[in-house]
Design a protein around this ligand. Structure first.
Ligand SMILES: *Cc1c(COP(=O)(O)O)cnc(C)c1O
Length: 341
């Protein structure tokens, strides 16, 4: 889509909005006397967080080779999904397009805003059928296409992402929550080429910090400033910002985490071959497996009895359950149980 047309996609009232900028952010954050925000002068964690998340963005910018002005940080990437829909989709009028099956939260936030959700059914290998996409993309109410790669819950990556960027007349969000496990190239390198691209990443999965609730959107400066305009000023708390900065000090942390999980993934894959109740393990680039069971009802019942949680996808994906890679003790319990069925 054309460079100049991003503004035409944005809701009129959002374009008119003045961002809330705290007095502190217009001035020196660490002034010696701070009497501007009605905080307590006593105790720990008594100050509001930096609403611009400057240190975090500078650190991420270096790591990801983008400018800090191309990064928005959210209370998990979930918050960013919500904000992106709010910016581009007029309630009761505009629609989003998503893969089916895919991550439920796109549809959830669209529904809250009374935006229609159009679903693009994937083929039997959970791939997008391009002709079907081109047909669906003609709907003029569509503003956003959510691509999830690797896709949750199917695990496979989306091929040829540029095709969708070129052929969708709106914003294309590429949700890369599992990209670190995949060994595939991130779409971040396409940012300069496609002004309608937003890439989502998160600290919740490969980084192992889901509890901190921190996710990132990478996009053009224009889109990022819109996200910064609509976000709650103090959306990422002090403790989370500090924890992430501390985590990023250890340059090996991500690689070590990913290697451990991929090692366990390989072990599980080998074990699955000797489990009778499994009829198919789908190819996956993520830290989880979509598995088709011979008898999903009895498998799921037995798992609940043994207090082994997994995500049942049946009946939406017939016979299937999504199971993520755990530590060796968890994985062994899972395999022992499945073998006993
Ligand atoms: C887990 C997940 C996320 C992460 O959400 P956070 O709010 O950052 O924890 C985003 N997208 C997909 C597809 C996911 O599976």
């Amino acid at each position: 889509m054309k460079n100049s047309s991003i503004k035409t996609l944005v809701r009129e009232n959002i374009l008119q909005l003045q961002p809330y900028i705290s007095f502190r952010d217009q001035n020196e954050f660490n002034a010696p006397v701070m009497l501007d925000a009605n905080e307590s002068p006593f105790g720990e964690c008594n100050r509001y967080p930096d609403s611009t998340q400057k240190r975090l963005k500078n650190r991420l910018a270096g790591l990801k080779k983008v400018s800090p002005s191309q990064i928005a940080i959210g209370n998990g990437s979930d918050e960013l999904i919500d904000l992106i829909i709010k910016i581009f989709c007029e309630p009761k009028k505009d629609a989003i397009l998503m893969m089916n099956p895919s991550f439920a939260m796109y549809g959830f936030y669209a529904a809250i805003n009374e935006n229609k959700v159009l679903k693009l059914d994937l083929d039997e290998n959970f791939e997008i059928v391009k002709e079907n996409f081109l047909k669906a993309a003609e709907d003029p109410s569509l503003k956003i296409f959510f691509l999830c790669s690797p896709n949750n819950p199917t695990g496979n990556s989306v091929e040829d992402i540029e095709f969708y960027l070129q052929n969708f007349n709106g914003i294309v969000v590429v949700d890369e929550a599992y990209i670190e496990f995949s060994g595939k190239k991130s779409s971040l390198e396409l940012l300069d080429k496609y002004p309608n691209l937003i890439v989502l990443q998160t600290f919740s999965k490969a980084w192992g910090i889901a509890g901190a609730r921190v996710g990132m959107a990478y996009a053009s400066e224009e889109i990022i400033s819109l996200i910064n305009t609509v976000k709650a000023p103090y959306n990422v708390n002090v403790l989370s910002q500090e924890l992430i900065l501390k985590t990023l000090e250890n340059e090996n942390r991500l690689r070590e985490n990913v290697n451990r999980i991929l090692g366990e993934k390989t072990w599980l894959e080998q074990q699955f071959e000797n489990v009778a109740c499994i009829s198919k393990v789908f190819q996956t680039d993520a830290n989880f497996f979509l598995i088709k069971m011979e008898n999903i009802d009895s498998v799921y019942t037995r798992m609940l009895e043994e207090e082994i949680l997994a995500s049942r996808r049946d009946p939406a994906i017939p016979g299937c359950i999504r199971i993520n890679v755990g530590n060796r003790e968890e994985n062994e319990k899972l395999i022992n149980l499945l073998k006993s069925i």
